[in-house]
Design a protein around this ligand. Structure first.
Ligand SMILES: C[S@@+](CC[C@H](N)C(=O)[O-])C[C@H]1O[C@@H](n2cnc3c(N)ncnc32)[C@H](O)[C@@H]1O
Length: 549
């Protein structure tokens, strides 16, 4: 719906009807509810620290998510911090019920999901230290947007941090055109399938069929290419939803200030730093933004980078004076760091003289500096646990080049972290991560993070709308072979690796499961070495995904 169509409605009279319409779209096409690491309380606490802010420790934190869908963005936190109080609300009872079933199956005591409109939340709903709304603000009527800010004003504790993400200009200008064209071509469709098919047909005109003389062709092609990477449900919800209202950062800042709230900056603070985008951006941004307030500097940067999505952290205006003008990179030394990278053969197009790595999520990383290489290797060794600055320094110190004294060594490691931070390659946290807190009596017993096996089993049901996750709050997609699922079912925190190998060997021999190459090994002897290899590979995979404690 375009802005003019939207304003033709009388919002006061229509809010119930609009909520009903929105509910139906989500009930009909369930939105996969995933974990987003940058919106997790642990990440927000660390990011807020870089902006100079104190926040509430995680252990007993009270967390509220608005528009939580099936609760997939709350489950990892609730499981990692059983003493925390975690609440989610969403209009869609279908999504909430799925979440409630998972909560029941996993025996989660501290997470409660409510099927209700966030507009019905009042101050009596309680105080929360972290209030999160990911992917909601742009997709709801103005009254609901304002209710979200009212909730932040009335329900956020004094040291609390709110998180609201939204589509933003200037990056979404091209998206607006794509959306308008898709809505136009699909407006008379009778079913949601037809609507999606018509809308997708329009994408051909805006990519292959676009005139070379169209001055917006590069931006439109890029917007279409971006869109085509996504699944149908994402396209339906992101582009065909009743509402999709991007705004400029400054519009968001102004609206927030009407609710006595201050926008701090992006929850991915590296994205708020002009140096992240290269020397030219840094130079010109520093010239034009000289002497400007923080929000204006951020808005200028949005113009330079064409930002189309913001993940704003928001606090009470009373604390505005505490916010630093930009994230303090010296404070990186006060955080704990984690990451998992595997060295790979350099790709043909990899920059010369670089060592190539791939994150366990497939993200490439090319490094030449010795200090950065050492940090990446040291963190990968301890993953999924994290290291504080001093422990990291101790591990890499002997490898650092030309380090005369402690000060030089610290500077070297801090610079390596700054590089990796700008590349957004690592996870970071202010307090020990859930992996650092586990008391593992016996390191030799493989132990899965809570919930993993159940979530994995559910994921084979195409109607299941909640993503699997690790305790870094990352969405995990693993696809296991029959024999691996067999082993997974037996990883219970009691059996050691040898026992798992024996179980698999016998199952292969009985023909209960096929080998990972799909062959039956029924009746075969001497399967120990093969079973050992298969178990080893599986444990390695699970460890890389951060699902082994
Ligand atoms: C685009 S989805 C995002 C879901 C989830 N936060 C995520 O990012 O995966 C928007 C969600 O907001 C919910 N929603 C929309 N209006 C709402 C309202 N008034 N109160 C509560 N939830 C609402 C929808 O039901 C839907 O689940």
């Amino acid at each position: 719906m375009t802005v003019s169509q939207e304003s033709a409605l009388n919002p006061d009279d229509n809010i119930q009807q609009l909520n009903q319409d929105i509910t139906e779209t989500y009930d009909e096409q369930v939105y996969t509810s995933n974990a987003f690491p940058f919106s997790s309380p642990g990440h927000l606490r660390a990011a807020a620290h870089l902006y100079g802010l104190t926040t509430v420790p995680l252990e007993n934190a009270r967390v509220l998510e608005l528009g939580c869908a099936g609760g997939g963005n709350l489950l990892p936190f609730a499981l990692a911090y059983p003493q925390a109080k975690v609440v989610g609300v969403d209009l869609s009872s279908v999504q909430v019920e799925q979440g409630q079933e998972v909560i029941k199956a996993l025996g989660v005591q501290n997470l409660h999901l409510h099927a209700m409109s966030l507009t019905d939340i009042t101050a009596e709903f309680g105080q929360f230290d972290y209030i999160i709304a990911h992917g909601v603000f742009s997709w709801v009527p103005p009254e609901v947007r304002e209710a979200m800010l009212r909730i932040l004003r009335d329900n956020l504790s004094p040291d609390g941090v709110g998180y609201i993400s939204y589509n933003t200009y200037p990056g979404w200008k091209a998206g607006d055109i794509v959306r308008d064209a898709m809505l136009l071509h699909s407006h008379s469709a009778q079913s949601s399938e037809d609507k999606l098919a018509s809308a997708k047909a329009m994408l051909n005109l805006l990519s292959d069929g676009i005139a070379a003389s169209n001055p917006l062709a590069p931006s439109l092609r890029a917007a279409v290419a971006q869109l085509q990477k996504h699944s149908d449900y994402y396209i339906a919800h992101e582009y065909l939803e009743i509402f999709n209202n991007p705004c400029y950062l400054l519009e968001f800042v102004n609206l927030a200030s009407q609710y006595n709230l201050t926008q701090v900056g992006d929850a991915e603070p590296h994205a708020e730093m002009s140096a992240t985008y290269g020397q030219n951006v840094q130079l010109h941004h520093s010239l034009i933004a000289l002497g400007q307030p923080r929000e204006m500097r951020q808005q200028y940067l949005d113009f330079a980078v064409g930002r189309n999505f913001r993940k704003s952290m928001v606090i009470h205006q009373a604390r505005a004076g505490q916010v630093l003008i930009s994230p303090d990179l010296e404070r990186l030394a006060e955080l704990r760091w984690a990451g998992k990278f595997t060295e790979v053969e350099p790709e043909t197009n990899a920059p010369k003289g670089m060592v190539s790595f791939r994150s366990y999520k497939g993200k490439p990383l090319h490094i030449s500096e010795v200090n950065v290489l050492s940090v990446v290797r040291a963190l990968s060794e301890v993953w999924p646990a994290s290291l504080d600055f001093d422990s990291l320094l101790a591990r890499v110190r002997s490898e650092l080049p030309d380090v005369k004294d402690d000060t030089a060594a610290r500077k070297n490691v801090l610079e390596a972290l700054q590089t990796l931070f700008r590349l957004n390659s690592l996870r970071y946290t202010l307090e020990p991560s859930p992996y650092d807190l586990v008391d593992k009596a016996d390191q030799k017993i493989p132990t899965l993070i809570p919930g993993f096996t159940h979530m994995y089993q559910q994921s084979s049901d195409p109607g299941f709308g909640i993503g699997n996750f690790n305790l870094w709050h990352e969405t995990i997609n693993v696809s296991l072979k029959e024999a691996e699922v067999f082993v997974l079912r037996h990883i219970d925190g009691k059996r050691n690796r040898k026992q798992l190998v024996t179980l698999l060997r016998d199952a292969l021999n009985r023909g209960d499961v096929l080998a990972t190459d799909g062959k039956s090994l029924k009746g075969q002897r001497n399967l120990d070495a093969l079973a050992d290899k298969m178990v080893g590979k599986l444990l390695e995979l699970l460890s890389a995904q951060g699902v082994l404690l």
